[in-house]
Write a protein that binds this ligand. Structure first.
Ligand code: FAD
Length: 409
């Protein structure tokens, strides 16, 4: 519901209506629709103007099976399902070295290992759901410029149409992404590990159909993934995420399509036949960025503002969706107990619930980047053993697949 008039106070204000903020708000609305939290989402970019929305851009996301279950409980999966391409097999290989493994949905006993969707499409479903919701109030375009503690929770300064308005919330859910100025103003520090790598993203049309196979290929410069995309006008499309150094980034972004095509063929091979077409190339700097504090009275950080992960293991959004579901769970019980949603004991209970999941996801991603991003002989040997282990030991393979699917054993 587009907010026409603003109330002076809300139970929950979500700052940022990107993939994480929108998913959280809709989940909370769905789980508490009878008990009635008042919810406001403030989003800086006009939600109908997808071209400028940084969260709903040309990237694709591999949603885990666990994320599918979350969207099912939110009653959104039926709208998302027609837009996804199921991953039925993942082929993991190491360029130039022996060692390769295949993970299949049949072996794991699930319909799919994951589901690939373009962020723009997922954003469209979430935006429409927010507009249609009678519980979520969406204010866009509007920006929160400041947050500070007040007696009832948090006071927010809202900038809209060149006017400043003040409102308050019992709980502010900060989901404003990895470059949060609000966090800085609040004095919440971050630790940052710069991997010195960039992800080049583009959609590629191949000669042969992908048949639902996702390829993860480890190269000297870093991992290269091709995720299967739903057919578009009869073309066999894949979403490329190619991790490269700063030097290669500049070269691969500026070179003409022919050169890019031959470089990609050199690293990816002809698994899907010839490369027919390359879409627009965009680069993202890669780092591991973790907020030193995720909760304060009346405040919780969600999504990239809390933890920005390397995309190698496809964990960022999947983890944020699990965080969101855990937070919703605590807020439902706060409502039942008659406790304010911004109370520290509620937020602490949320963090305790997600602490292990967050640490494991961060460690799994960080170690995968480090293990597979260079060519030192010792790491090559471990890598070879790792891939062999995955190939030979069904229990190891099953655990790896479960981690990659976002399903905890
Ligand atoms: C190349 C790449 C590939 C990836 N692939 C995967 C994958 O396969 N699987 C996976 O799980 N994850 C993946 N990720 C991670 C995933 O994309 C992120 O976890 C996710 O986009 C984070 O979303 P967010 O909503 O937290 O932040 P953002 O997407 O940055 O959204 C923040 C929103 O807040 C708004 N905003 C900012 N400041 C304000 C303000 N002051 N007031 C109001 N609104 C504001 C912005 O306009 C924006 O809409 C990938 C990431 C990259 C870089």
């Amino acid at each position: 519901m587009q907010a026409q008039t603003l109330a002076a106070q809300y139970d929950v204000v979500v700052v940022g209506g990107g993939l994480v903020g929108a998913s959280f708000a809709l989940n909370l609305a769905q789980q508490t629709r009878d008990s009635g939290y008042s919810i406001l989402v403030v989003e800086a970019v006009d939600s109908k103007n997808f071209d400028q929305q940084p969260s709903f851009d040309s990237r694709s996301t591999a949603l885990s099976f666990g994320s599918r279950q979350i969207f099912e409980t939110m009653k959104l999966w039926s709208a998302i399902a027609p837009l996804v391409e199921p991953i039925v097999e993942i082929q993991v290989s190491d360029r130039g070295h022996f060692g390769r493994t295949t993970l299949s949905s049949a072996e794991q006993g699930v319909e799919a290992l994951g589901y690939v969707i373009e962020n723009r499409e997922l954003g469209g479903v979430l935006s429409e759901a927010m507009q249609a919701s009678s519980v979520v109030n969406l204010l866009a375009p509007a920006k929160i410029s400041q947050i500070k503690p007040c007696q009832s929770g948090m006071e927010l300064t809202l900038a809209r149409d060149e006017q400043l308005t003040r409102l308050s919330a019992k709980l502010v859910v900060l989901a404003d992404g990895g470059r949060s100025s609000i966090c800085k103003n609040l004095g919440i520090d971050q630790t940052q590990t710069d991997y010195g790598q960039h992800a080049i993203i583009t959609n590629v049309a191949f000669e042969k159909p992908h048949l639902g196979v996702a390829f993860e290929r480890f190269t000297e410069s870093g991992p290269l993934a091709v995720l299967p995309l739903a057919d578009f006008q009869g073309s066999n499309r894949g979403s490329l995420v190619w991790t490269v150094s700063e030097l290669s980034r500049a070269e691969l972004l500026s070179c003409d399509e022919e050169i890019f095509r031959s470089r990609l063929t050199q690293y990816f091979g002809e698994r899907l036949g010839r490369i027919l077409q390359i879409g627009q190339r965009v680069a993202y700097p890669l780092s591991l960025t973790l907020a030193r504090e995720q909760i304060r009275p009346g405040l919780v950080l969600l999504g990239n503002v809390a933890h920005t992960l390397h995309p190698v293991a496809g964990q960022g959004l999947n983890l944020a969706l699990r965080d969101s579901a855990a937070l919703v769970h605590q807020l439902v019980s706060a409502k039942a107990q008659g406790v304010s949603p911004g109370e520290m004991k509620i937020l602490q209970a949320y963090l305790e619930l997600q602490n292990q999941d967050q640490s494991e996801s961060v460690l799994f991603t960080d170690q995968t980047v480090k293990l597979f991003s260079n060519d030192r002989w010792a790491q090559r040997a471990i890598r070879k053993l790792g891939l062999l282990g995955l190939e030979l030991l069904p229990s190891v393979r099953s655990r790896f697949a479960q981690s990659a699917m976002g399903l905890k054993p």
